[in-house]
Design a protein around this ligand. Sequence first.
Ligand SMILES: C=CC1=C(C)c2cc3[nH]c(cc4nc(cc5[nH]c(cc1n2)c(C)c5CCC(=O)O)C(CCC(=O)O)=C4C)c(C)c3C=C
Ligand SMILES: [Fe+2]
Ligand SMILES: [Fe+2]
Length: 337
Amino acid sequence: MKGILLVNLGSPDSPEPKDVKKYLGEFLMDERVIDVPLWARNLLVKGIILNTRPKASAAAYKKIWWEEGSPLIVISKRLQEKIQKQVETPVALAMRYGSMTIKKSMQELVDKGVSEILLFPLYPQFAMATTETILVLAEEIQKQYFPQVKLDSVKAFYNKPDYIKVLSNSIKKHLEGKDYDHLLFSYHGVPERHIKKRDITKSHCKIDGSCCITPSKAHEFCYRHQCLEVTRLVAKHLQLEDNSYSSSFQSRLGFDPWLQPYTDRTIERLGKEGIKNMAIVTPAFVSDCLETLEEIAMEGQEIFHEVGGKDFTTIPCLNDDEEFVDLLSNWINNWIN
Ligand SMILES: C=CC1=C(C)c2cc3[nH]c(cc4nc(cc5[nH]c(cc1n2)c(C)c5CCC(=O)O)C(CCC(=O)O)=C4C)c(C)c3C=C
Ligand SMILES: [Fe+2]
Ligand SMILES: [Fe+2]
């Protein structure tokens, strides 16, 4: 029998500093997230970040935490339950980091008689720090604990026309009746180095004004290209006017250059340039989480107001939107049959 394993990023067990520290330790010690030699990662993560960041991170998590738990986990569970209603084969949910492990969820599927698993990373764009780390870990677990199970995986779906349509419809629905001057597409950032490391041509990615719009085989693994493509395709679908939208990258960590322009500086610039009403959408995230509910909806809004902006509309992620559930269920049913 076939089975599905949806995988999202994960969250701490609670917004208390000790749980946040445990979670961040696992997340940031991943060599595909902080991609430096082990000794340097130990020094940076265990020596510096885990001694300074958990308190502030925990305070941020407390602001967005729901009674049922972490928004990212609760929303992912709702998505799983809704997909399960439309799919005949078992659908399990795991997180790359934290207690809902890939191993436990694979075991759950195997216990139900599953011998072929479709791994479904819940990320529209490929990144070393997201899709790749899930695929690598899932393969290791399968080889070690479930050698009899066949593993298949869903590729980044950033440019699939039916995905672009669902995302565009959601944006349109949430902006209905709103008067906005600028729509900002804010994607989670990654260090520039990550993009160059995954350039399979070894020479294409220059992270300049043109490489990501020049066709290349490198784009199969270029997070920057895939983000900018989502913006381009949605803008085309919604017939947005030039200069009424732009892309930026949020959540940078550390001192290395990350993908630019940075979201916080872009919001500030837009406000200073006289934009009064802005909307913001976050298509690198399938589920609302700390990075959308706190960093964008709270901090982003504050920055905008400080520089004279008025109306700041945060468009929710696709979460468990009916059209999105139908879309994922269709893709899964096509794989099953
Ligand atoms: C598109 C998805 C994501 C990419 C790419 C990504 C890269 C990345 N992230 C960090 C560091 C942190 N990310 C944190 C939170 C966080 N990141 C994502 C998604 C991507 N990260 C999500 C969905 C979340 C929220 C999780 C939740 O529980 O709601 C955090 C923790 C929060 C904080 O302390 O600010 C860190 C740290 C790096 C270094 C990185 C790429 C290299
Ligand atoms: Fe992140
Ligand atoms: Fe590129």
